[in-house]
Ligand binder design. Structure first.
Ligand SMILES: Nc1ncnc2c1ncn2[C@@H]1O[C@H](COP(=O)(O)OP(=O)(O)OP(=O)(O)O)[C@@H](O)[C@H]1O
Ligand SMILES: [Mg+2]
Length: 326
């Protein structure tokens, strides 16, 4: 099977602050992964680990500092420009920001139909829009003539997904699509992603803090920390049986009672963000309960542990994934 998307050693360096006191932040640090059509690939990790920056580079909103992004390998018929606009679509965190409150929601849907020349008449446009709204559990009658404020966040997020379906994308990038939606309807949106994957064979790059929805969606997961993929493999295996001390900590810190509470505050922060970025060894060494001397000096290799890739010196005796590939 050909990957629908592959990134190789993708890196983004930002500089912050004044010219004299500039911080150098490697927001994405040599990240490599591949995803297939009809597969969910989750990027998880606490705030600031580089998930959105990765997505923005894939979407072409941000220029990589180095590395490669390969879209639908060997599909020459797709010019990169067409790929960006038609084969890849994105849904963002806050549906209220996607829609102007003074504009009727249907206007956005008709606009997309017009921009891509998807219909020859208004009747045809309505038919197409209705079909896509039905795919997300709504219909045109419910949307017609209404403004964003007349919908709930969950409904608006569905409409935003319906809009992205108009062009029949091969890959949907969903950056924290449920974090601003009521917990009670969060699962219905996650179920919608499952259906899009199964029924339309879409690839979904799902970005989240929420390990419970990542587990439920299955597929593959990459757990990021300070721009690095710390652990990557089948989502259910990684989350049930985490190998990396960071994934273990992340999983333990999911608040059971209150799913809306952000869990990242519970991880003890031993170092400042900048200290972590400047670390020469493992970026997680300052917080790791199992830290060893070598962790502070040397960046661990990504090694294969029973089909899961782990970037941790605890598994150093395992075969390096790099060696295996070359
Ligand atoms: N345009 C920018 N200029 C400077 N630094 C940036 C820029 N965009 C992101 N960063 C920094 O890069 C790092 C990664 O940010 P990013 O938004 O990718 O994280 P994230 O994993 O999406 O976090 P969150 O879960 O909060 O959305 C952070 O330290 C952030 O402050
Ligand atoms: Mg983000």
């Amino acid at each position: 099977m050909q990957p629908i998307l592959e990134v190789r050693n993708l890196t983004k360096v930002f500089h912050r602050g004044s010219l004299l006191a500039r911080d150098r932040i490697v927001a994405v640090d040599s990240v490599s992964f591949a995803m297939q059509r009809g597969e969910v690939f989750t990027l998880a990790g606490e705030s600031g680990c580089g998930k959105t920056t990765t997505a923005r580079m894939i979407l072409g909103f941000e220029q990589p500092t180095s590395g490669e992004i390969i879209y639908e390998k060997n599909q020459e018929r797709w010019h990169p420009k067409i790929w960006f606009s038609q084969r890849i679509q994105a849904v963002f965190q806050n549906p209220f920001e996607t829609f102007n409150p003074l504009r009727k929601v249907e206007g956005y849907l008709f606009e997309t139909v017009r921009n891509y020349g998807l219909a020859r008449s208004r009747a045809e446009a309505v038919e197409l829009i209705n079909a896509k709204l039905e795919a997300v559990g709504l219909n045109y009658g419910e949307v017609e003539g209404r403004y964003p404020s007349e919908f709930s966040g969950g409904q608006l997020q569905r409409i935003s997904i319906a809009r992205s379906l108009l062009v029949d994308p091969a890959l949907l990038i969903a950056d924290e699509p449920v974090s601003m939606v009521d917990a009670s309807i969060r699962m219905s949106i996650v179920n919608l992603f499952r259906r899009l994957r199964d029924e339309l064979n879409m690839g979904i790059l799902y970005i989240t803090h929420d390990l419970a929805t990542a587990y439920y969606l299955g597929g593959q997961i990459a757990v990021m920390f300070r721009g690095n993929i710390m652990e990557m493999g089948p989502a259910q295996e990684v989350l049930i049986n985490p190998r990396h001390p960071y994934t273990q900590l992340l999983r333990e810190s999911i608040p059971e009672a209150d799913p809306d509470r952000k869990w990242q505050g519970r991880i003890s922060i031993a170092e400042t963000e900048q200290e972590e970025y400047l670390r020469t060894g493992c970026k997680f060494a300052g917080r790791c309960p199992q830290v060893m001397d070598i962790c502070k000096k040397q960046v661990p290799d990504l090694v294969d542990v029973e089909g899961v890739q782990v970037k941790c010196h605890l598994y150093a005796e395992q075969k390096s994934v790099r060696e295996e590939v070359s």
